[in-house]
Write a protein that binds this ligand. Structure first.
Ligand code: GRF
Length: 200
């Protein structure tokens, strides 16, 4: 399966997918391009190191947000992806993008949805005082981290955690979860019944 990955930062989730692909054909996916909403990030470096084509489209280079969304749609379409993986991508994908790839876009969030959506999941979980948080891989449906859940992993909050240490612990679980889910989607496909995602 042809996979396009979208990143905005360090790209450790991307790196886990690159490593899984490198480990052998059993993974079932080929990362055909990596896109970003900004330049100068480690995620794009990681792609370049793996000889994967990259592109960066900055919102501020476009007259409107909608124009950026359409440009991102058109750029991603050049790679004819079977699956788009938003892995630490910090922009909401708009209606034109989702019209083109909706249903085939997955995202990963460092909290147990529907708890703690948005940009500060680990910090919000810490502030709330939960004992168990985790990560969620889900289909992007247009809202903020609220699409049909594909898989989740639980991560304990430890005494002395700050948002950083908690997020790092979550990311360890998140990378494993994402590699497992992307491989299964790539190899065997999926069905969704209302909000229930069924992986064969
Ligand atoms: C991940 O935890 C992702 O869920 C969140 O930001 C982090 C990105 O990490 N949105 P990386 O760029 O994959 O290292």
């Amino acid at each position: 399966a042809r996979i396009v990955v979208l990143v905005s930062g360090s790209g450790t989730n991307l790196q886990a997918l690159i490593d899984a692909e490198k480990a052998g054909p059993a993974f079932g996916g080929t990362i055909v391009a990596v896109g970003a909403d900004r330049t100068g990030i480690a995620g794009l470096e990681r792609a370049a190191q793996a000889d994967i084509p990259t592109f960066a489209l900055r919102v501020k280079d476009f007259p409107t947000r909608e124009a950026w969304d359409r440009a991102l749609r058109d750029k991603v379409a050049e790679y004819a992806p079977d699956l788009v993986v938003s892995a630490g991508f910090m922009k909401l994908l708009g209606p034109d993008f989702l019209a083109a790839f909706g249903g085939r876009v997955i995202n990963t969030h460092p909290a147990l949805s529907p708890s703690f959506p948005g940009m500060h999941g680990p910090a919000d979980a810490l502030a709330y005082g939960v004992k168990i948080t985790g990560c969620t891989v889900f289909f992007v449906a247009g809202g903020v981290d609220d699409g049909p859940v594909i898989a989740q992993a639980a991560v304990a909050v430890e005494d002395g955690d700050d948002a950083e240490s908690l997020h790092e612990r979550i990311k360890t679980a998140e990378r494993a979860l994402l590699v497992d889910v992307v491989g299964r989607l790539a190899r065997s496909g999926w069905t969704i019944d209302k909000r229930k995602v069924i992986l064969p």
